[in-house]
Ligand binder design. Structure first.
Ligand code: NAD
Length: 246
């Protein structure tokens, strides 16, 4: 069990998939979790699910590519709960295609949601962490940061996330704030469940451990990086991908 009890935590893209899994792990381990998402339907459903389970949650509608929305949502959480300890930058999307077919908006949108959003959320959250002299930033990258055919936009953004994380670590380590990144491999989310069975089987075969990962496995890794006693770990990234990165 990580030491994250009562830490005030913002998770972006927390309405479904990995973000929802991270939020549930944090809540189960006693953190106060604020869910941010652009999609009101999944956001409400996830908030209701977690509230029914007895957890302390807030839900804020927020497009993490929009500075004003990010500042408002993070400010509201910190104002209501008395500061902010943990930021998990999870929101992300992909739009895969050959670079030859990629329109400028296919590039810009993917960079905005996956990378620029993390810049905006850090800018909004770090002042609250500085005020406490404590903070934990966990950025979700991807195994695709190593490069992937058909994912020039996505892999560039996810590589950027790792570099952003290292730079954040260097800027804020002496102020009690750590920054680390997680690079998931294939994780079972609604998108994966909806894929054709033969494709799913093929994908599972690429994992050394012979199965797909679960959102909770990313959640437990994020909780480890976020724990109070992980203060000597910063600027690192870890693959959680069943060995697929090898
Ligand atoms: P998902 O599509 O299931 O969930 C993403 C959530 O982010 C959704 O609820 C969506 O509404 C929200 N979101 C999208 N754009 C947003 C925006 N602009 N502002 C706020 N919220 C927004 O995706 P997922 O598979 O759970 O992925 C979560 C993260 O993990 C992403 O960063 C993704 O790149 C990364 N990742 C996923 C996998 C995988 O196999 N699922 C593998 C590697 C990395």
């Amino acid at each position: 069990m990580s030491d994250i009890k009562e830490l005030i935590t913002v998770v972006t893209g927390a309405g479904q998939g990995i973000g929802a899994g991270i939020a549930e792990v944090f809540a189960r381990q006693g953190a106060q979790v604020a869910l941010l998402d652009i999609n009101p339907d999944v956001l409400e459903a996830q908030r209701d699910k977690m509230t029914r389970e007895g957890f302390t949650v807030m839900a804020e509608l927020c497009d993490v590519t929009q500075k004003e929305q990010v500042t408002r949502a993070v400010g509201k959480v910190a104002g209501q709960w008395g500061g902010l300890d943990v930021l998990v930058n999870n929101a992300g999307v992909n739009r895969d295609m050959s670079i030859l077919k990629m329109r400028e908006e296919d590039w810009d949108d993917i960079i905005n949601v996956n990378l620029r959003s993390q810049f905006l959320c850090c800018q909004a959250a770090i002042p609250y962490m500085l005020a406490k002299g404590f903070g934990r930033i966990v950025n979700i990258s991807s195994r695709a940061m190593k490069g992937n055919r058909g994912q020039t936009n996505y892999s560039a953004a996810k590589g950027g996330v790792v570099s952003l994380t290292k730079s954040l670590a260097m800027e804020f380590a002496h102020r009690g704030i750590t920054a680390n990144a997680i690079c998931p491999g294939l994780i079972e989310t609604p998108l994966f469940r909806a894929a054709p069975e033969d494709l799913k089987e093929k994908l599972i075969k690429t994992s050394l451990v012979g199965r797909i990962g679960q959102p909770g496995e990313i959640g437990r890794t994020a909780a480890f990086f976020a724990s109070r006693n992980a203060g000597y770990i910063t600027g690192q990234f870890i693959f959680v991908c069943g060995g697929r990165s090898l």
